[in-house]
Design a protein around this ligand. Structure first.
Ligand code: FAD
Length: 597
């Protein structure tokens, strides 16, 4: 059975030493989080994930979820108890405002916990993760009554949340949505239609399930401008929050799928279910975007999380498995063979994973910090800058962390050789589970289009220009710094590639939109390599400072510096390849006649 150890120390290093978390003490909820408190919170989080969630991961995969004849769904053995422990530990309510029964702590800590939970048991972590996303949407767009009714119970983990967008004919293109909302005359609506692929749509973990559903009010405009958001509880709720009769929503079936078997992916039938409008009519996508953006960061974390747990097990295996001799001569002559970690090709795979994991964690946590600043700062300019960065980087995080996260699970499987393909070792489950993260929450091709088509041009390019300026300002003094220049110079070259690619898009995409579409995936990955490179520069800076002041941490910091060097030498140069591809345009891609495919 695979093992998992939450990377608490690395998370603390990133938050305290690299991202200077304590700098944000003026934000609400941050002042109480001293380094000691943070350490205690993360240690507790790690313990729960290691001891309660990880042991259920393979069980969840093997047993899966079961739908019964009465349309109820049971989750795998142990999930209910784990959900209770997760909720009682206050992990769902961590970042929920205190007035709604939450703890008002930074969302950044919630994201750190999300990584640990998703590594330990991705299928399980999706249940509370979806509740948190639904909470965010209700807190932002719900009216006072809705917040009072739903938020405290969801924060407590007694009720859970879902997001219902997808329909059989309507996936990426939400304009095709046909679920209907008919006014009932009392201010509420009757919701009728079918949703498919709804994660956690039905289960036995909570007393009630609060569905957030996109539907079209009768007579509303066609396309995305006619979509509204509704809250549709499984059990209707009276004014005091007591559960009433069963609403007209039920699970028609659950999908048989490649991975995440412990999470129930449901067909949900809405048969005149009573729903309540959230926010303004016909502005539902806007409201749902709060949940979708939160979910995109959560899914980015899933990519990292699967990469981390797969890496941990591969690294352990590589130290124990004896095969062949080191090219430079036997490393362990007393044994029949050397451990496979002596082989450069095995080290290549391990280091590619390690160099991704440690920088991706910093990248994701810095995005979570931006989310905290955007929502909590009392300074309008800081809020705006954080919101711009977050908007720009969310598609990069989602697309790149899940693509590379999945690739890393395959690499980790490769390190185990044939054993990686065999169930009991657990590696093939990581591969299967990680795969969905590239597809849902906007398939990665759609993230790339969002980046190139919406995020770059938005507000006259304000966010990307600020990114270029901030990054250039970070790198400029380091390029002449003896110790730092070997890290700063390659990132500066990669940043130049990103700027050239951006310029190419500006010059070639307006007149010919296919050029933007054809370039978008490479652009997203080029951006991702730069962003991870920037994070490695920051990590290297912190590592050097710590080495100079705290000799007891020097060994660990040397490892950071070597990993940073590996990233610069072996992974960052990919930006040039991506730029070359981008610059070829769309002509060849779009010329082949459809019947030739
Ligand atoms: C396990 C699982 C759980 C899920 N959970 C949920 C959930 O909880 N709630 C929910 O609402 N949905 C959920 N989904 C649905 C998921 O979000 C969709 O599958 C996804 O958004 C893609 O939609 P689709 O499957 O219809 O693919 P399509 O939209 O048909 O896309 C197919 C392919 O075409 C590409 N494509 C489509 N349009 C374009 C375009 N304009 N330009 C370029 N490429 C394009 C896509 O990138 C994709 O590669 C889940 C799906 C699965 C499998």
């Amino acid at each position: 059975m695979p093992s998992y150890k939450a990377p608490v120390d690395d998370t603390l290093f990133l938050l305290n030493d690299v991202l200077n978390f304590q700098r944000f003490g003026n934000l609400p909820g941050f002042a109480d989080v001293t380094p000691d408190v943070m350490s205690q919170i993360l240690l507790e989080a790690g313990k729960l994930c290691e001891e309660a969630l990880a042991p259920l991961n393979q069980i969840g995969d093997e047993k899966g979820c079961k739908r019964h004849d009465d349309a109820s769904v049971s989750t795998p053995p142990g999930f209910k108890e784990a959900h209770d422990a997760f909720a009682q530990g206050g992990w769902i309510s961590l970042a929920v405002p205190e007035e709604y029964g939450g703890q008002g702590l930074p969302y950044t800590l919630s994201m750190a916990m999300n990584e640990f939970a998703s590594s330990a048991n991705m299928s399980f972590a999706m249940y509370p993760g979806l509740t948190q996303g639904a909470l965010a949407a209700l807190l932002r767009h719900g009216d006072d009554e809705q917040k009072k009714l739903y938020v405290p119970k969801m924060a407590e983990g007694r009720w859970s949340g879902t997001m219902n967008l997808t329909e059989p004919q309507c996936g990426t293109d939400l304009g095709l949505l046909t679920t209907k909302a008919t006014p009932r005359g009392d201010g509420s609506y009757s919701i009728t239609g079918q949703k498919i692929f709804i994660s956690a749509g039905e289960h036995d973990l909570t007393e009630n399930i609060v569905h957030l559903v996109l539907a079209r009010i009768e007579g509303a405009p066609a396309g995305v401008k006619g979509i509204s958001l509704f809250v549709v509880p499984k059990f209707l709720v009276d004014g005091d929050g007591a559960l009433g009769p069963r609403n007209g929503v039920s699970c028609g079936s659950i999908e048989e799928k490649m991975g995440i078997h412990g999470n129930a992916t449901c067909v949900m039938n809405y048969d005149g279910a009573q729903g309540f409008l959230v926010g303004e009519a016909n502005r539902g996508l806007n409201a749902m975007f709060v949940m979708m953006n939160e979910a995109r960061l959560g899914v980015a974390m899933q990519g990292l999380a699967q990469s981390e747990v797969a890496y941990q097990n591969a690294a352990q295996y590589a130290k124990e498995r004896l095969q062949g001799r080191a090219l430079s001569g036997a490393k362990d002559p007393g044994k029949p063979a050397d451990p496979i970690i002596v082989h450069p090709d095995v080290r290549r795979m391990l280091l590619e994973m390690k160099a991704f994991n440690e920088a991706a964690r910093g990248f994701a946590l810095s995005a979570a910090l931006d989310s905290d600043i955007a929502h909590r700062s009392d300074d309008a300019a800081s809020r705006q800058a954080a919101e711009d960065r977050l908007g720009l980087l969310t598609p990069v995080l989602k697309g790149v962390l899940t693509d590379l996260g999945f690739e890393n699970t395959v690499k980790a499987q490769q390190v185990l050789g044939g054993h990686g393909y065999i169930r009991e070792w657990g590696m093939e489950q990581f591969v299967r589970d990680a795969r969905i993260s590239m597809i849902y929450e906007g398939a990665n091709g759609i993230q790339a289009l969002d980046l190139v088509g919406r995020k770059l041009p938005r507000d006259g390019g304000r966010a990307i220009m600020a990114y270029f300026k901030d990054t250039a300002e970070l790198l400029a003094p380091l390029e002449s710094d003896e110790a730092m220049k070997s890290f700063a110079a390659p990132v500066k070259a990669a940043l130049d590639d990103l700027q050239k690619a951006t310029m190419w898009l500006m010059q070639n995409a307006m007149a010919k939109p296919d050029n933007a579409g054809a370039a978008s995936y490479d652009y997203m990955h080029l951006f991702g390599r730069v962003a991870l490179g920037v994070m490695w520069v920051k990590i290297a800076q912190a590592a050097m400072a710590i080495k100079a002041q705290e000799p007891e941490r020097a060994e660990l910091m040397d490892a950071k510096l070597l990993t940073a060097r590996f990233y610069m030498e072996r992974m960052l140069p990919e930006t040039r390849l991506r730029l070359t591809r981008i610059s070829t345009g769309a002509d060849t891609m779009m010329s082949l006649a459809e019947e030739m495919f």
